[in-house]
Design a protein around this ligand. Structure first.
Ligand code: NAP
Length: 266
């Protein structure tokens, strides 16, 4: 049975053009192509930027099939190749000249007075005010009170999300094979009136983070999951922990995380 390669792409002209070229070349190389996950899908190719990569993972519900990204977008931190490198990629893929970088997504359970909603994140989960107002949140880890936070919000990042919003918020860049949760404050207030930690807190992946808004803020909390906003009424508690799922990124032999960081950020 022929191996299936599932392709996902955004609607940029460059991405559609790349998708057409890719389909032709993969067909010639003996692969079947689909835009859905098939029983024998062995690889997912995401065409676009990091935003498209995030969409692809969400669209296929964090399926445990390796994903490789072709960058036609802006930054392309997740991307492994440019459209010009498709021929070389197909040869390397067939020769198995790659390895799989596993990453641990986050799961969040949002409990409101009436319901409980579960979501997953590749990069991060952000809890902030719906408007540009200070948010006051109680933070507990494994049932132990850590702080009463006041500021713009709290961001919980995965290791592979550490180079995204977390980094802009002053969080640390994390080597992707490390297993941890990073909790980074966004514009924390640290005054005589309000005391909040001003640095990131690093936690083991066995931790369960619990964030509860003060009663008067239960209707004004925004949960942002990989850039997608969710707004629920009467939020009582937001629980965040490592998911059991695994996102698998295909990396070609020779990939070096720190080379990628300096190439994209310096
Ligand atoms: P977006 O415009 O899709 O992305 C914002 C920028 O973040 C883009 O340049 C994107 O790369 C890059 N990016 C995404 N994931 C990354 C990662 N793991 N490492 C390094 N860079 C990464 O924004 P969005 O739709 O609002 O949200 C998508 C993601 O953007 C979020 O998960 C969040 O991490 C990030 N974001 C960052 C900030 C900030 O830095 N202040 C604010 C909001 C959101 P491409 O150009 O290749 O798409």
């Amino acid at each position: 049975m022929k191996g299936v390669i599932t392709i996902a792409y955004n609607n940029l002209e460059k991405s559609i053009e790349t998708k057409n070229i890719l389909v032709e070349k993969l067909n010639k190389a003996g692969f079947e192509i689909s835009e859905n996950i098939e029983e024998n899908t062995e690889l997912i190719i995401s065409i676009g930027g990091d935003g498209s990569f995030l969409n692809t993972v969400h669209k296929f519900d964090f399926v445990s099939i390796p994903i490789v990204a072709i960058n036609t977008g802006h930054l392309g931190f997740f991307a492994e190749l440019s459209p010009e490198k498709i021929d070389e990629f197909i040869v390397s893929y067939k020769n198995k000249e790659y390895f799989i970088q596993e990453s641990e997504p986050l799961e969040v359970i949002i409990s409101t007075k009436n319901e409980s909603i579960k979501l997953k994140a590749v990069n991060e989960i952000v809890i902030k005010n719906i408007q540009s107002r200070t948010v006051h949140l109680d933070l507990q880890v494994d049932g132990i009170k850590i702080e009463h936070f006041s500021g713009d919000g709290m961001l919980i990042s995965t290791p592979i999300g550490s180079t995204a919003y977390n980094y802009s918020a002053g969080g640390s860049i994390v080597y992707p094979s490390l297993s941890l949760l990073q909790l980074t404050p966004i514009a924390p207030m640290n005054t005589n009136a309000y005391r909040s930690f001003t640095s990131s807190i690093i936690l083991p992946t066995t931790s369960v983070i619990s964030i509860s808004p003060e009663f008067e803020f239960e209707n004004s909390i925004l949960i942002v999951v990989d850039g997608i906003e969710y707004n629920f009424a009467q939020i009582e508690e937001v629980k965040i922990y490592k998911s059991d799922k695994n996102v698998k990124l295909l990396r070609l032999n020779g990939y070096e995380f720190w080379d990628r960081v300096s190439e994209k950020f310096l």
